[in-house]
Design a protein around this ligand. Sequence first.
Ligand SMILES: Nc1ncnc2c1ncn2[C@@H]1O[C@H](COP(=O)(O)OP(=O)(O)OP(=O)(O)O)[C@@H](O)[C@H]1O
Ligand SMILES: [Mg+2]
Ligand SMILES: [Mg+2]
Length: 576
Amino acid sequence: MFAVSFLPRTKPCRLTSAFLSHLSIHPPSSRLHHLPYQQQPHLPSLSSQIRSFRKQIDMAAPPVVMKQNKTGGDSYEEALAALSSLITKRSRADKSNKGDRFELVFDYLKLLDLEEDMLKMKVIHVAGTKGKGSTCAFTESILRNYGFRTGLFTSPHLIDVRERFRLDGVDISEEKFLGYFWWCYNRLKERTNEEIPMPTYFRFLALLAFKIFAAEEVDAAILEVGLGGKFDATNAVQKPVVCGISSLGYDHMEILGDTLGKIAGEKAGIFKHGVPAFTVPQPDEAMRVLEEKASELDVSLEVVQPLTARQLNGQKLGLDGEHQYFNARLAVSLASTWLQQIGKIEVPSMTQMSILPEKFIKGLATASLQGRAQVVPDQFVESRTSGDLVFYLDGAHSPESMEVCAKWFSSVVKGDNQSESSKHLVNGSSGSSHDKSSGEENCQQILLFNCMSVRDPNLLLPHLRNTCAAYGVNFKKALFVPNMSVYHKVGTKADLPENDPQVDLSWQMTLQKVWESLVHSEREEDCGKSEVFTSLPMAIKWLRDSVHESSSGKRVQVLVTGSLHLVGDVLRLIRK
Ligand SMILES: Nc1ncnc2c1ncn2[C@@H]1O[C@H](COP(=O)(O)OP(=O)(O)OP(=O)(O)O)[C@@H](O)[C@H]1O
Ligand SMILES: [Mg+2]
Ligand SMILES: [Mg+2]
């Protein structure tokens, strides 16, 4: 089905020509270059040669960069402390964030000698309100399945900052991270001044991604915009191969503007002259602006419809939830365009295809991103009681995503509970006391929630509750907790703060009030079914105790949402 006329890498690794001759390894490309097109091997064998070739390099090569820790120490903690020093104290709601001397990003690229590398990088650039990270993860996974070396930059991270930088689908190693980190940090420390100060946190991370992807010579760099588009540090890319705009909605209005049109205008700031772009169906107001900006820049903008189950040939997407069919379809177009333009691989147009090519399906089915529609059974409880506690984690934090998250949770708990009951019926335990515990009657859904105070709980909580209720899922109780991660600090697994009795819970009380007013108005018996905990570990302890104390093997299903920080904190605690 495909014509293969491209070799994923013409130059295997910058450091290694001497090193290769030393090992008498010949880069596959240097051998294959001389073959006429028809005699070139099929891609699978070529890509496996490249893989094993790279593996040989990885295993034998000295550390790619020397640790240059003149201002910092060796340890990961020291790098994180240096990184934390770049987090500005200014409130995110401050309007002066807008633009904020965006042109500085180009100065930093010069200081880091990255200008030329940036021009060579084969970038896929994705903006949007929701679904950016998922779209990028799908795209990366498809290209990797075609044998290309990939670099993926996403945000935010949940547990460890290295999650933001993936090489060939794997979080960058601590050693490589430290090497590149200090290389960039020290160089910038030396070369910045009053005129050009040290970059802020996200800008530094984007520059670090550029450095990593350039030095690691990735074939494809997939970049998720941090915030907005026009003035985002990732927009330093001058000539991406293709751009994507995922679902648009209301978020970060304090910075991006208070109408969908204004928000769309900021996101369309990633469009580049003549570079093709794709988007999913958007509200009219947003679509109009995207089309306007596209025509100004001679950008062909194509609107893609969600993927169908048929196109996936019965496979499930690696990321769960209906909304992922939009993200996955966007990823298919981004990856196809990249494969055709850079990979020189023919991909039939979607209209010609009822089923996607196998490598696309495999890429989409194996894509992963933590904290998006993720289900994690609590092992602590599982091992000790007949009941069980399952966490359903999704970092939704905007009204639209709250709704898709609620739909996902409702459908998945209903499915889980039905399959549990039928399992017990099949096992012949119908009528026993235990089978009751497996049916829907003995299941309880509990909400564990927090959101940042810039969000409007009067929008988020009703969306969440009403959507779940419409699907027949009513929360038994809602728990509100403060975040553990400290905003001004990039933490690690090791340094979760201890319980703080002085913690200010006024925001959580506000959330509780909004929740109570919702349930009060509708179901009298639900009154008072919410609680504020002073810390997340206490809320988790309460959940575990309530499963232990129940004699009938209660099944507790906890939806954790409202904040990716909260989701990250829960993951840290339940995985310990
Ligand atoms: N197409 C979509 N439409 C609506 N909501 C979505 C969509 N895709 C994802 N979401 C919701 O947004 C959450 C975050 O998804 P994802 O990480 O892909 O988006 P993002 O744009 O990178 O978000 P962030 O602003 O946190 O970086 C998901 O957990 C899900 O609840
Ligand atoms: Mg966002
Ligand atoms: Mg994201």
